[in-house]
Design a protein around this ligand. Structure first.
Ligand code: AQP
Length: 331
């Protein structure tokens, strides 16, 4: 399957819970769109999730569940290499080497570290601080050209590039410099309750987040309760972040432009728009939920996919590590 002329894509998601509409629109919808033109590797980045306290049994289930969610979202395991990060030990091997290239100062500037330290005050572990270095290793290991992610990951991808440039300058050309790829619309889906904050799996207010496995009833309730404002006009403006966010979601799920959404709902008020949006979400997620259950009912198939994925990923990762070790002078 490896074609050296093909460009490489790498991206991942953490098994920290059910995927959200933000993860789907910001990242996974895009992954699917790119699978025909690139050699794609998509990882369940389980090691990253260890930075947050977890229950081992529930965590294991979340990992398998995320694999089933990737497949249910339409990722073709023949076209894409889908694997668990922890099954390819070269990620942590390269992580250490890159830890010796990254600077404390640049890690200190990472917004995600600041936000997560604020949220998990009782567990500001070293892994939380060096998280972006492991992410750089994930990306650079596969000589990645393009990293399709949501906007929140921009700073981390820039850091991966800086680390690659520093390494290449010190030891000679080794790593491909990765480019970020964010969708033009939907790169940052916001909370339905606090539309100035991104929609997140771990938001304490679950009403702000649409989970892909939410029941129809729950989706409808969350959309109905979504924060808007008093203008009652379906127009796309920064001054109306709530309705702007809902329009973005509508446009991505219906595959129409924002302008088309605006034209469709001119003079209709929020009530009608929200009712249609809830129906659209329910209908868009129905096939996902059905397929998800089928995959979860077939653990042998899931195992076959992740083992095959790890094997393919390891072949590429070993090649990079051999080069890295030679370049830095390890015997
Ligand atoms: N709200 C969002 N809008 C657009 N894209 C988003 N992504 C996350 N939230 C949004 C993108 O989804 C991909 C997978 O993310 P992740 O699982 O690695 O974790 P995250 O970025 O930390 O997302 P969450 O949902 O906020 O998880 P928690 O709460 O566990 O930290 C990434 O490409 C990300 O950009």
């Amino acid at each position: 399957m490896t074609n050296n002329d093909e460009k490489v894509i790498f991206s991942g998601a953490q098994p920290t819970g059910t995927l959200t509409l933000g993860n789907y629109i910001g990242a996974i919808q895009n992954w699917k769109a790119l699978e025909n033109d690139y050699q794609c590797l998509y990882s369940i980045v389980d090691l990253h999730s260890l930075t947050i306290r977890h229950d081992p049994k529930a965590f294991r289930e979340s990992c398998l569940s995320l694999l089933a969610q990737f497949l249910a979202a339409g990722l073709d395991p023949e076209r894409n290499t889908i694997f668990f990060q922890s099954h390819v030990p070269q990620h942590t091997e390269l992580n250490w080497i890159l830890n010796c290239v990254a600077y404390m100062g640049e890690l200190n500037r990472m917004t995600q570290f600041k936000e997560k330290s604020e949220r998990h005050k009782d567990n500001i572990n070293a892994g939380l601080f060096t998280y972006p270095v492991l992410q750089a290793a994930d990306i650079l290991l596969y000589q990645t050209n393009l990293v399709p992610v949501g906007e929140d990951q921009k700073q981390h991808i820039e850091l991966a590039r800086d680390i690659a440039i520093r390494f290449n300058n010190a030891y000679g050309d080794t790593f491909q410099l990765p480019e970020i790829h964010v969708p033009k619309v939907g790169a940052r889906i916001m909370s339905l309750q606090e539309p100035t904050k991104k929609m997140s799996k771990s938001d304490e207010d679950i009403n702000g987040t649409i989970f892909l496995l939410d029941s129809d009833k729950v989706i409808t309730k969350k959309v109905k309760r979504a924060v808007t404002d008093s203008e009652n006009k379906v127009v796309y403006r920064d001054e109306q972040p709530g309705i702007k966010n809902l329009m973005t979601i509508y446009s991505k799920l219906a595959n129409i432009t924002i302008q088309q959404v605006e034209e469709k709902y001119t003079d209709q008020g929020y009530g009608n728009f929200k009712k249609d949006l809830a129906e659209l979400m329910v209908e868009s997620l129905r096939p996902f939920k059905e397929k998800y259950q089928q995959y979860m009912d077939n653990p042998d198939y899931l195992e076959e996919i992740y083992k095959k994925g790890a094997k393919r990923a390891t072949t590429i990762a070993e090649r990079t590590m051999k080069d890295v070790k030679e370049k830095i002078g390890l015997v």
